[in-house]
Design a protein around this ligand. Structure first.
Ligand SMILES: Cc1ncc(COP(=O)(O)O)c(C=O)c1O
Length: 468
């Protein structure tokens, strides 16, 4: 390894020209999404009122490489290629022989990895004449990214923001509005489903599942309005691979290759974006060594570590197809005391399959230990990390300390997929000692899923997950 260098920056023209699609390289075929009406795999026509045609094509595509339109690359060049940093100050503080690298996605205008997909999604919708996009947002990162992208391509953005975040993070709302988006606290009075939830509980804190239901209902009921999702689906994850593709090039300039690639998981897009290109190296025999892929999540929303692998809906109103995934149940409502982000009840089917098959490890961390790691990172590296990737920082610190104990020169790569400058309320809670190390109760997961299987007993009989 070359000894110098705190960061590697690539020139604009090194923005990748193709996205990598993992579908042809999965160890087993991805179980299909199921239409709850027919109990058969969903027909693409059913999704046409919801998604742009090109995005549906990408969703089903088994092509390994998908070209990135030049107009999209040009927008990417506003902030891409993003820097790859060596975390030297953190390494020094830990006195570890491990070499820690992070790909910093917080340099994008909305402050996270999310515009890697919002920009192509808005672009394809604009090309197909769509006038407005609806979406949900939890922490506000995805809503900001969609507002940013829609503004560039001249389409309207309507964002249903989980109420608890709407109240905790007023500045995210102002950012979205500055880019011209309309932002509604969800459950809202705008949709039938939102009104129903509000009637049953006027103080409902909201959840991503509910906000997705509202955004979907809005898109389906209005002409020339489509829906945009910021995670979980194949086309979203493949857009995110610009991260891993660039990181590979940046590490190559240092003659480095990771032993471990880690990321946080809300729905799985940022982590997939960094690890897929390395996974491709492994399955195609190009990787110079074995690589561990590590997903991190909160103990307050332990989808991969405590959830059940089955078919479940992506939203609370059960408007989406049934997806093959680890789930806590689509009625899951995360506790408002949870400050750590990553609140979705399910995860990307591709990621869930890889976890199920033992190709990806998953670890859960409580929010107090996560903010401890985040503040150590801020004190050493300077950047205040978003709560979501701070789960990964917790893992990375622990892994670097294990490497120290064993005297191993491990190379660890993770993506710092967003900054935390809009998450100061959560930092304030932590600094004032108000955060609890919350673990979502296992009995609650059991109860929610029993309810799911009572309502949809045939889900257990579906042939697609058998043998997995
Ligand atoms: C900074 C950041 N990282 C991660 C996530 C989780 O989503 P995903 O797993 O799709 O990356 C979010 C979600 O909003 C986020 O804002």
């Amino acid at each position: 390894m070359k000894p110098d260098g705190r960061k590697i920056i690539l020139p604009d023209q090194e923005v990748p020209k193709q996205w990598y699609n993992i579908l042809p390289d999965l160890p087993k075929p991805l179980p299909p999404p199921i239409d709850p009406e027919t109990r058969e795999p969903v027909k693409p026509e059913k999704l046409k009122p919801i998604f742009a045609k090109e995005l549906l094509r990408q969703e089903m595509s088994t092509e390994r490489w998908i070209p990135i339109p030049e107009e999209v690359r040009e927008v990417y060049m506003t902030w891409r290629p993003t820097p790859l940093y060596r975390a030297r100050k953190l390494e020094e503080a830990l006195k570890t022989p491990a070499r820690i690298y992070y790909k910093y996605e917080g340099v994008s205008p909305p402050g996270s990895h999310k515009p890697n997909t919002s920009v192509p999604q808005a672009y394809y919708n604009m090309k197909e004449g769509v006038e407005a996009l609806t979406t949900e947002t939890g922490a506000g990162q995805w809503g900001s990214a969609l507002a940013y992208a829609c503004n560039i391509f001249g389409i309207k953005a309507r964002v249903y923001m989980v109420r608890v975040s709407y109240e905790q993070k007023p500045y995210r709302k102002i950012l979205m509005e500055s880019w011209g988006a309309e932002v509604l606290a969800s459950p809202s009075g705008r949709t039938e489903f939102g009104r129903k939830v509000r009637e049953s509980d006027p103080n409902h804190p909201g959840s991503l599942g509910i906000a997705i239901s509202e955004a979907l209902e809005d898109a389906v009921k209005h002409e020339n309005v489509k829906y945009s999702l910021g995670s979980v689906l194949n086309h979203v994850l493949l857009h995110q691979t610009v991260q891993g593709l660039e990181a590979k090039e940046q590490l190559a300039q240092l003659d480095e290759y990771p032993d471990v690639v880690a990321g946080c998981v809300g729905g799985g897009s940022s982590f997939s974006g960094i690890f897929w290109p390395f996974y491709y190296d492994v399955v195609s025999g190009k990787a110079p060594k074995e690589v561990r892929f590590v997903a991190t999540e909160p103990t307050a929303c332990p989808t991969l570590t405590k959830g059940v692998y089955t078919y479940d809906f992506g939203d609370t109103a059960k408007l989406t197809p049934l997806l093959p995934m680890y789930t806590l149940g689509s009625d899951f409502v995360p506790p408002p005391i949870h400050a750590g982000g990553l609140r979705y009840h399910g995860d990307a089917p591709t990621l869930c399959l890889l976890v199920k098959l033992g190709k990806v490890e998953a670890h859960a961390y409580d929010q107090v230990s996560v903010f401890e790691a985040a503040t150590l990172f801020a004190k050493t590296e300077g950047i205040l990390p978003a709560p979501e990737p701070s789960h990964t920082i917790r893992f990375v610190i622990d892994e670097a300390l294990r490497a120290k104990e064993k005297g191993e020169e491990k190379v660890i790569l993770f993506n710092l997929c967003g900054h935390g400058y809009f998450d100061l309320k959560a930092y304030e809670e932590y600094l004032n000692g108000n955060l609890q190390p919350y673990h979502y109760p296992e009995e609650q997961i059991k109860k929610t899923l029993e309810n799911h299987f009572r309502q949809y007993p045939w889900v257990r009989e579906l042939p697609y997950l058998q043998g997995l």
